[in-house]
Design a binder for this molecule. Sequence first.
Ligand code: SAM
Length: 264
Amino acid sequence: MGKITFQFNSYLNYKRKGINVHHLHSPFAFDLVRKVVNDRRRYPDYQRIDLLRKQLRKDLTEVEVTDLGAGIGGQDNAPSHKSVAALYKNNSIRPKYGELLYRLVKYLQPGSILELGTSLGISTAYMAIANPGASVITVEGCEGIAQKAKENFARLGIYNVRQEIGNFDRLLETIIDRVPKLDMAFIDGNHRKDPTIRYFESCLLKSHNDTVLIFDDIHWSKEMNEAWNAICSHKSVTLTLDLFQFGLVFFKKELSKQDFIISY
Ligand SMILES: C[S@@+](CC[C@H](N)C(=O)[O-])C[C@H]1O[C@@H](n2cnc3c(N)ncnc32)[C@H](O)[C@@H]1O
């Protein structure tokens, strides 16, 4: 089955099975969906990022790009050139999901956040702005793109982000080693099965009862679907929320094991 057909079938399946807040019996999941997922208020911070989005959409500056996500056997692809506008269009999170990241951070108040896949820094910005007291580490493999993200953080007046540049596979162990704990992680790069499961396992080392892990593009391919299913069935996971693009993973020991597909 081709990727597009797979995604289409996955979406139909999601639409058929997705439930709304009134079907949730777990008080934690009920509150999270009612107060965060379904929160339709327009926060003024969204406008700051929307303004940057407008500028990036028109920015034809060329950036040297190395796509580590598509590398085979750990080898990176040869560099090419892309405009900032093209990178923005292809890589940056859509407002609907960026704004959800913002609300998750506002609600859960994570103090330490890790992101794999900075790109131009749009998703990073939502998380960093939502809690300026949090320390955000974001990892990007492509130097030219990371430099653009740095400029974007400066434009937005964001000072609580530390950028790491290099392959996730090379850097993650050291980063995880150094952080005392991980309150939130957003995994948005190298959308393949084995690496995704490896990143999950690395994050587990510093996860605790209140950690949330967020995986992007969980139904993007058969491999990502399999990775998501493996994560859901891991013994330390007690609650998962499938929002089609995002998969949210919780470890709260006080909850009995449940996996929900939520209409979003
Ligand atoms: C989908 S984009 C991230 C988008 C960003 N989170 C946002 O929404 O604004 C994924 C990024 O991950 C980077 N990436 C993919 N695989 C990687 C790897 N193995 N190591 C380091 N960076 C990687 C790519 O260069 C790309 O910029």
